[in-house]
Design a protein. Structure first.
Length: 215
């Protein structure tokens, strides 16, 4: 699989087995309003089951620097995806492993398109839909036209597309946006916070089909 795939909001050890090779297992930490939120201690335990050829990501919102430090120290995560403000006071090495999530305005909103931080600041970028009830996992699609423009403006940058992707829509999203990777959470669930293995496999099948047609 050439496309990076992140399964986000995991909380069941059985679903970790379905994370694809060279993809990522994402755990939501420090977001009490999310049905996918789990304590850092539980995330650290689940992370132990992630194979070495998969990445471990933590996802959080407006974190304090102390939380980010704890995530890296206690969980051994590869990346921390940050919705909202990235705190001050972090050392350069930690900041290089953060993934800022940029809110993409909805079509016709008139809101400004977010500016990509320099590659010297962030090696990976996450795009998500703006205006949801809470960042991440809201099932709201990002404006793919805006996302495509962002990707086209930064050739070679590693940009991960999130926002309301499903097994039924991911092929179209890959065609229109051409991101380096995709991120899915609510689109592979049977209920909020409950991952559905059949939908997880269907999502991977859809990505494989798209790749087969664009080899």
């Amino acid at each position: 699989m050439r496309t990076f795939v992140k399964f986000c909001g995991l909380s069941d050890p059985a679903t970790i087995e379905l994370v694809p090779e060279w993809g990522a297992a994402g755990f939501v930490i420090g977001v009490p309003a999310s049905p996918r939120n789990i304590p850092l201690e539980r995330a650290a335990k689940l992370a132990e089951a992630v194979p070495s050829n998969r990445e471990i990501w933590a996802v959080t919102v407006d974190p304090a620097p102390e939380l980010i430090q704890r995530i890296f120290e206690e969980m051994g995560t590869d990346r921390v995806q940050v919705h909202g403000a990235i705190p001050e006071g972090l050392d350069t090495v930690v900041r290089r492993h953060l993934v800022p999530s940029l809110p993409v305005p909805r079509s016709g909103s008139g809101d400004p398109v977010p500016q990509l931080p320099g590659s010297d600041v962030a090696s990976l970028i996450h795009l998500d839909a703006a205006g949801g009830a809470r960042p991440g996992g809201g099932g709201v699609p990002a404006d793919w036209g805006v996302c495509a423009g962002i990707v086209a403006s930064a050739p070679g940058r590693k940009i991960v597309l999130g926002g309301g992707l499903t097994p039924e829509t991911v092929e179209a999203a890959l065609t229109e946006v051409a991101p380096w990777g995709v991120d899915v959470s609510s689109g592979i669930e049977s209920a909020p916070g409950v991952k559905d293995p059949k939908r997880m496999l269907a999502f991977l099948d859809a990505v494989h089909r798209w790749e087969a047609g664009h080899a």
